[in-house]
Design a protein around this ligand. Structure first.
Ligand code: PLP
Length: 455
């Protein structure tokens, strides 16, 4: 150790790693809840000062603030999309920080990027994609979707320029992206960022988009550069009809992007694998390991079936980057980022530790739990199942309840830490929604709470 400039080094390392260890082992308090900024200011005041407070006081303040956050890994948390990482993955996230690897280019991060690529290969294998497919890890589904669609647009631009279809490759009326009404909100924001228009394909009563409605839009519109199909919508877990959509995309030579941020992990589960048929022909795919692959936050795996045009789109060039060898597997050539944490490593470590079979079992268990819960709801007089679950999300209603009843029920359970379930809606109608992503959930206990407290 020759770092003389910073004081408190040993003490802060000791304190914070102990805190991290304790929290990792014990899990979190499900009763925790948000406070207003004013309440937090009253509790901790101004935290950054000219002379510093020292590591002990700083950590004490964080401990106070942390109590005003909601645990994402509690087994009774079914709100939004919970994050329930393995403890192995959580602990390894700290190793990633300690290793302090620049993960943007192979030359700096070779060993760590090799490990990340092992996970990419595992995902490629599950997609039945060719060896030439490439991928990397970005911060989340939003970032993954953005990079995939930026590449898709660049791809169309180059192709259309080559074909002399449009001068400069840009369609007269702009680029168009086909989505469905249940496509994730991030894609609509990405369309704004990329300045492309969105065409919304019709879906069936379960929110499933199919090749027929996609083809109709392609025929009616010029300049369609990509279709986004979702394998597991965030609200209900519905899966678009990938097989027919992929055929249409092949027929018209249009990029197919699969948003599997939540439900992409379902591809591991034999019980639902058929629903992903056609995915082998998609052009890009994302899955968030921080959702259903049991990794901590800040992790999306983004893969492209062909490396063609990927490097073209993303490689950055600068005087100081002239020496970068672009024939290597450089994550910075595959998405819109340069400096990056090797954020695929927590999943890699956990996968190496447990083996992939355990992951298949964990995903299947969540699907089984959802089925079991759906059945219990069907068997309960005062509840109504809104649709059969496709993956691990259950949507249901309490007969005769109004919006206020749902809100107060959800609030009461959250406050005493019993169970976290936030109301949502389908086509404007309020519903309750449970997302099962934690293999540690005691499903019988969860069902009992839901049935009893809604009486
Ligand atoms: C969560 C989600 C996203 C966005 O992912 P983030 O990691 O939150 O950025 C995109 N698509 C779908 C289907 C999702 O469920």
């Amino acid at each position: 150790m020759n770092n003389k400039f910073w004081t408190y080094e040993d003490e802060s390392v000791e304190l914070t790693l102990n805190w991290a260890k304790e929290r990792t082992v014990s899990g979190s308090d499900p009763k925790t809840t948000a406070l207003s900024a004013k309440e937090l200011r009253d509790k901790v005041g101004q935290t950054i000062t000219e002379d510093g407070l020292g590591p002990k006081k700083a950590l004490d303040i964080f401990d106070t603030l942390n109590k005003a956050t909601r645990s994402a890994d509690d087994p009774m948390n079914f709100a939004y999309i919970p994050c329930a990482p393995t403890k192995a993955a959580v602990a390894f996230d700290e190793v990633v920080s300690a290793a302090n690897v620049f993960g943007g280019i192979w030359e700096c991060g070779a060993g760590a990027i090799y490990a990340e690529n092992q996970v990419v290969d595992w995902i490629k294998k599950n997609l039945c994609w060719p060896d030439e497919a490439i991928g990397t890890f970005v911060s989340g589904g939003t970032h993954g979707n953005l990079s995939a669609l930026a590449c898709a647009r660049d791809n169309a631009k180059n192709k259309w320029k080559e074909e002399d279809r449009y001068p400069n490759g840009r369609p007269n009326d702009g680029y168009k992206l086909i989505i469905s009404k249940d496509t994730h909100s991030s894609v609509k924001t990405i369309a704004k960022v990329l300045d492309v228009d969105v065409l919304v394909a019709e879906t069936d009563k379960n929110g499933v988009m199919s090749g027929k409605t996609v083809e109709k839009l392609i025929k009616e519109n010029e300049g369609v550069f990509a279709v986004v199909a979702t394998t597991g919508t965030t609200n209900t877990g519905s899966i678009d009809h990938i097989e027919s959509i992929s055929k249409v995309c092949q027929k018209y030579d249009i990029w197919l992007h699969i948003d599997g941020a939540y439900g992409g992990a379902g591809i591991l589960a034999p019980s639902v694998r058929d629903l992903y048929k056609g995915i082998e022909n998609a052009d890009s795919f994302i899955v968030d390991p921080h959702k259903w692959l049991f990794a901590p936050y800040d992790c999306c795996c983004l893969v492209y079936r062909s490396p063609k045009n990927v490097y073209n789109t993303f490689s950055q060039h600068a005087e100081y980057l002239e020496g970068v060898d672009h024939s290597q597997s450089n994550p910075s050539d595959m998405a819109i980022h340069l400096s990056r944490r090797t954020r695929g490593l927590p999943l890699w470590y956990s996968l190496v530790t447990y083996g992939s079979k355990k992951y298949t079992e964990a995903v299947e268990l969540c699907i089984e739990n959802a089925k079991k819960c759906a059945q219990a709801i069907k068997n309960t007089e005062h509840l109504e199942l809104v649709m059969e679950p496709t993956l691990s999300i259950v949507v249901f209603k309490r007969k005769d309840w109004e919006i206020e009843d749902y809100a107060s029920w959800s609030n009461d359970l959250a406050l005493d830490g019993k169970l976290l379930c936030i109301p949502s809606s389908i086509n404007g109608e309020i519903i309750l929604r449970l997302a099962f992503l934690n293999p540690n959930t005691d499903i019988d206990k969860a069902i009992n709470i839901i049935v009893d407290t809604t009486k």
